[in-house]
Design a protein around this ligand. Structure first.
Ligand code: ADP
Ligand code: MG
Length: 687
């Protein structure tokens, strides 16, 4: 047997095919995987507490002699035993019990019990404690803190303890290989695992709960390094596949930019230049463009697309929602139609013969620019000469999805170039982890004339005042959004909520033209609602969060967001970005439902006090954690076994340094590290 890394869990006592299958579902295949299943917290069963010293609410071990045990018939039948230890008495109470259990609690029996102390009608009590009779020669108490493991369906605490206990015994006999280069191991791997599964009685429990114990940091560091190496490897595989160099004549872009009704900002020009240089290389570009809401990312996307198109390649633009994809369609139509570029639309709603025809035009290359939603990376979508993939609001898409699309390039041509755009800036710490060495461009300048949005927090108890404020603004010829939020992902419920709100506001404001837009409407209905609002035919647009991205109506200068406490900060910032685009000073009212949790309040205050997308994104990460910030679709990527962000943010600089050191001096460590920590997740390399 070489090591616990290659020892299947089946080797452990009591692990049959059924349990092995359950463990496998949980990602536990080898004995080593079990050891990475770390306790959530610990109980102290290492000392006996005298009953008189037991504090209410504490989990303690007590030892004493049973004085009486009786079945009590009250509201609920229960078995009640009194136990005494010389310092005091305590009542044990069982609502579920057997006859055998009652006879086991005969007077005079010495018991050791573990449980939470409560104050009951008869003084101190424990409900359903764990207990055992003390026999001559019993080990006194536990030698280590007792681990409490995260449990999953079907595998209980005692089973986890048993399995991990066996795994620890193997670990002592066959310590795993240390894969971090020397000098970074204040704790070696075996010692760290041993400590965390069986900490000594005096272990600092608070530090352990916070994930800041050196043993935890040791493991987190190794995991983050492994993760970083795996992303770099993925990137290298992409690079090795090559890409078509797309070096276009600069005059094409110059002519396009000159045709616009405005001059590009300096930041837009700089980013366009960075992209142009990337595209000209025979390696696939992977560039993230970060730019706050309204910074003009679409124009940058258009410039990049034009370069690929001018070289005779196809371009795919993918957006996360139908509405945003439609918005892009309109912008690109205006810009590209005069240039004679053939455009094609493909979304989940493109069905039947229409879809057939679209697929046909994409496959033959007749369509140069394809705009759509997730539907673009479905298996049967084949391109002729795909050269560039542009993904908007990339945090909504997972790595797999993006790679699935770039893999649609002609195999003889390598992979397609990739441009990802986001208005939700990914904090540097997080992007390092999520993307390793992704290239990054920042549009750090807004088009001239943009005004910061003034944001206020108002309790929903003052809703009537807010309605009056809408009436006043619209009375002066301005326009407003009223955004309804629901936590549920269900389109149907969101639509219902928006419909109800629109009806109610129409009753309160009969003089106003009120429009409605939500995800359940037909594309033509949505278009009509947007067009009416854009034209000023409706003064107030009641919407679900479908308007979060892309919607652009400069005359709208007031936004009400109902129940903003339900949304993430980044999403709120996006929503708010729909106003502040015109001449008038703009306002955003966060109409919250009190009382707010402390975290909820902190989030809304951060939004009120800042218009800076980067600051807001950092705050969001701090308050919600990375899984949420990157969007649920990407959580597979961000789910670490041990590392936790932002708790382990302070390790990230060290992670980068160690990864570089391994790359340069110990390349042989990379593969086993990746295998140990990311194992099955490496599969995206094959997409
Ligand atoms: P976002 O970065 O949020 O995607 P958009 O690309 O939708 O921003 O641009 C927002 C608005 O600003 C659009 O109406 C767009 O036409 C306009 N715009 C973009 N660049 C400029 C510029 N340089 N000067 C003036 N307006 C611009
Ligand atoms: Mg945009």
């Amino acid at each position: 047997m070489s090591s616990i890394a290659s020892m299947p869990v089946r080797e452990l006592r009591g692990v049959g095919p059924k349990l092995a299958a359950r463990l496998a579902e949980y990602g536990v295949h080898q004995v080593e995987d079990l050891l990475f299943h770390l306790p959530l917290r610990y109980q102290d069963r290492t000392r006996v507490t005298p009953i008189a010293a037991a504090r209410e609410g504490a989990d303690v071990v007590i030892e004493g002699e049973v004085r009486a045990a009786d079945i009590v018939f009250g509201k609920r039948r229960s078995l009640v035993a009194r136990i005494q230890d010389g310092s005091g008495t305590l009542t044990l109470r069982f609502f579920h019990f057997s006859a055998a259990q009652k006879s086991g609690l005969a007077s005079g029996t010495r018991l050791r019990c573990f449980g939470q102390v409560r104050r009951g009608s008869s003084g101190l009590e424990m409900f359903h404690p764990e207990y055992s009779a003390i026999r001559e020669g019993d080990q006194l108490v536990e030698q280590c803190l007792t681990p409490i493991y995260p449990t999953t369906a079907g595998i209980g605490q005692s089973q986890w303890r048993n399995l991990c206990g066996q795994a620890l015994a193997r670990l002592r006999r066959l310590p795993p290989r240390d894969l971090l280069p020397a000098g970074h191991n204040p704790y070696d791997l075996a010692r760290a695992l041993q400590y965390l599964h069986a900490p000594p009685p005096d272990a600092p429990q608070q530090q352990l709960r916070d994930g800041q114990h050196p043993a935890q940091q040791r493991l987190a560091l190794e995991e983050l390094v492994a993760h970083n190496l795996s992303l770099q490897q993925l990137r290298q595989q992409q690079q090795a596949a090559g890409a078509p160099p797309l070096a276009a004549d600069e005059s094409v872009q110059a002519r396009f930019l000159a045709s616009l009704p405005f001059a590009p900002t300096g930041a837009q020009l700089r980013v366009l230049g960075e992209i142009a240089a990337d595209l000209a290389r025979p390696r696939p570009m992977l560039r993230l463009v970060q730019g706050d809401v309204g910074s003009g990312k679409t124009l940058v996307a258009a410039g990049a697309a034009l370069q690929a198109l001018a070289c005779g390649f196809q371009v795919a633009i993918m957006a996360p929602t139908e509405i945003l994809a439609e918005q892009h369609w309109r912008s690109f139509e205006t810009w590209f139609e005069p240039l004679g570029i053939a455009m094609e639309w493909l979304s989940g709603r493109t069905k039947g013969r229409k879809r057939e025809a679209a697929l046909q035009r994409i496959a033959t290359g007749e369509a140069g620019l394809v705009i759509g939603t997730h539907a673009l990376f479905q298996q049967d979508v084949a391109f002729n000469r795909l050269g560039l993939v542009i993904v908007d609001e990339q945090h909504r898409f997972g790595v797999h999805q993006r790679l699935a699309l770039t893999g649609k390039a002609d195999p003889g041509q390598g992979r397609a170039h990739q441009l990802v755009m986001t208005a939700t800036p990914i904090p540097r710490t997080l992007s390092m982890v999520a993307y390793a060495d992704l290239d990054c461009s920042v549009i750090d300048e807004l088009p001239p004339g943009r005004k910061p949005v003034t944001t206020v927090l108002i309790d929903s108890g003052r809703r009537q005042q807010v309605v009056e404020r809408v009436a006043a603004a619209c009375g002066e010829g301005r326009q407003a959004y009223w955004v309804c939020t629901l936590i549920e992902e269900s389109d149907a419920l969101q639509a219902q909520a928006a419909e109800a709100t629109a009806a109610e506001l129409q009753l309160a404001l009969p003089q106003l033209g009120i429009g409605l837009i939500h995800g359940r409407m037909k594309p033509a209905e949505k278009d009509a609602a947007m067009a009416a609002f854009k034209a000023g035919d409706t003064a107030l647009l009641v919407a679900t969060t479908v308007i979060e991205v892309g919607v652009d109506v400069p005359n709208a200068s007031l936004m009400i967001i109902e129940n903003p406490e339900r949304l993430g900060l980044a999403q709120l910032h996006q929503l708010r970005g729909r106003v502040g685009r015109g001449r008038d000073a703009s306002h955003c009212v966060l109409l919250y439902q009190g009382p707010l949790s402390r975290n909820g309040q902190e989030r809304l205050v951060a939004l009120r006090d800042s218009n800076d997308g980067f600051y807001i994104a950092e705050k969001d990460l701090e308050l919600r954690g990375p899984g949420e910030v990157l969007g649920t679709r990407q959580t597979g990527l961000m789910e670490f076994r041990i590392a936790e962000l932002p708790a382990h943010n302070h390790l990230l600089d060290q992670v980068a340094a160690i990864a570089a050191e391994i790359h340069r001096h110990h390349p042989e460590l990379a593969a086993p590290l990746i295998q140990r920590w990311t194992g099955s997740k490496q599969q995206f390399a094959e997409v």
